[in-house]
Design a protein around this ligand. Sequence first.
Ligand SMILES: Nc1ncnc2c1ncn2[C@@H]1O[C@H](COP(=O)(O)OP(=O)(O)OP(=O)(O)O)[C@@H](O)[C@H]1O
Length: 321
Amino acid sequence: MSLLEVRDLRVTYGSGPNAVPAVRGVDLTLESGTKLGVAGESGCGKSTLALALLRLLPASARTEGQILLDGDDVLAMSWGRLRAVRWAGASIVFQGAMHSLNAVHRIGDQIAEPLLVHGRATPAAARTRVGELLEHVGLPAARAAAYPHELSGGQRQRVMIAMALACDPRLIVADEPTTALDVMIQAQILRLIERLVAEQSISLLMISHDLAVLADTCDRLAVMYAGRVVEEGPARAVYEAAEHPYGRALSSAFPRIGDLSSRRAPRGLPGDPPDPADLPGGCTFHPRCPVAVDACGELDQELREAGAGRRAACVHVGSTS
Ligand SMILES: Nc1ncnc2c1ncn2[C@@H]1O[C@H](COP(=O)(O)OP(=O)(O)OP(=O)(O)O)[C@@H](O)[C@H]1O
């Protein structure tokens, strides 16, 4: 059984004529001990997907489909079961740690909170564990007494990671965990995440607009456009030679981390991503696609086999012309 199976996930914000279909039928599979990256431009539904995985969406969101964590459907489980799953089954690291941490509480207390709420430790044992967790993410245990504003952006993100690790989750969902950081710190945090998930056999679902970051860190990649996955496959193969024209455009826009000498000229995509409330007919990418043909404006494409372990949703995939 896969650790995580997302089946035909649909998330719509609001209702009636102003409804925003942010996620429109996403299927994803994450095997235990592996790392899956989800890439796409701003507004394609990445954060909505991340929040849906732990049922953290606002009440205005209607969620359909299945999110099977170890075979148990997150969307159908009781609140009691959901509380047990959050932090311990799966935990989430958000972008911009300053907004995710509580400014008026010491970071040690914030890291201890999931341990105490889940009855994983007594207050005394939690203090010891907080020190261990801080050292694990490269911070001195004494920093437990600090308030968030006393730490740098990179240190705050380390605190978020320590908090996510506190209850030994099987899965970490990281939503743009390095976006707010400068390039050097970004690389350090990515290496830290890689080391921790490898050491503790944690599975990772990492979300980013930056395909290069994901290709560097993950085993497999899924590329989202306008609320759907348009390509998925082994990370390196998708990054080096995407089958979908959107995947190709995205990969050409981002150089590999630490490989600035081979920086490829970003070939900017014309136009903007579509408004989810007013999607073009046919393939939603066709108005921006450099290889669109007449059929693309008429018929949306489903994901189909595009080589070993790969799928892409493009009319050109598998065509011999
Ligand atoms: N609470 C909300 N109410 C209504 N619409 C929302 C809400 N949250 C997100 N949306 C809309 O849903 C769509 C997907 O947003 P989402 O934040 O999931 O995308 P994203 O790919 O994560 O983008 P970003 O990288 O900018 O966060 C966007 O059109 C966004 O405006």
